[in-house]
Write a protein that binds this ligand. Sequence first.
Ligand SMILES: Nc1ncnc2c1ncn2[C@@H]1O[C@H](COP(=O)(O)OP(=O)(O)O)[C@@H](O)[C@H]1O
Ligand SMILES: CC(=O)N[C@@H](CCC(=O)OP(=O)(O)O)C(=O)O
Length: 261
Amino acid sequence: MDKLYVIKIGGNVIDDDNKLSAFLLQFAAIKGKKILVHGGGKLATRLAAELNIPQQMIDGRRITDSETLKVVTMVYAGYINKNIVAQLQAANCNAVGVCGADGNAILAHKRTGAATDYGFVGDIDSVDASFFQNILQQQDCVVLAPITHDGKGQLLNTNADTIAQETAKALSSLYNVELIYSFEKAGVLLDANDDATVIKEINPTTYKQLKEQQVIFAGMLPKLDNAFAALHSGVKKVIIGKAEVLQQLITGESGTSIIHD
Ligand SMILES: Nc1ncnc2c1ncn2[C@@H]1O[C@H](COP(=O)(O)OP(=O)(O)O)[C@@H](O)[C@H]1O
Ligand SMILES: CC(=O)N[C@@H](CCC(=O)OP(=O)(O)O)C(=O)O
């Protein structure tokens, strides 16, 4: 089986033009097949504020009313996706930008039954692995925005870490998949504010302990839940680390490895 990198880029990196450009140059240089998953929550929040559309996040998920859905679709599947594609083209990486509605790539359903009404937030039902395989046979890479659809004409907003996990999982029947969560910190840290405290490896047992000690909190909790879900469903390698040193995450010199017990 060929190797496939599924790489998620964090919101704080996307929001910094210089960091994004530096990251994309490293990403473009990776040999072989690759999928870049992005969000862009920070820009969506800023634009919504300028448009006087109040925003609310609960457990890291954006409450997505119909006006917010328009904003996130324009920001993620529009500007951010196409800006990344254009920069990759400039770096000689022939990328194709899509969201989950394109080619029926990712089917989801509107989240129901939760105590909170999340609005137009999509929980994923299926990822069409052959859609991605077909593109990757022709092009170097796919850039994937976190907008899905329900097959009945409704767009839905889905967390980008979850999109990366589900896409990595679906493609692991066709490729040896390595999933990398890259963001602004050096990995999962013992002190969330100190890049010198990277935890080299986390397994389900140490994860539970670190959670209890509140060493891991906020956005890192769903990221690690996604990381373990991927590892337990066929993804070969899962790494969390700093976007600025993407090359070192690939070689294993940097970042946190997510491993089995
Ligand atoms: N132990 C930890 N190590 C690193 N980051 C942590 C830790 N615990 C909590 N965090 C927080 O998790 C955040 C990353 O989650 P999130 O903001 O959702 O990621 P992304 O940038 O990919 O969207 C970090 O910015 C940090 O504030
Ligand atoms: C449902 C939901 O919360 N969707 C996310 C999608 C973007 C995302 O995940 O972006 P980051 O990776 O930058 O956080 C949101 O709108 O914020």
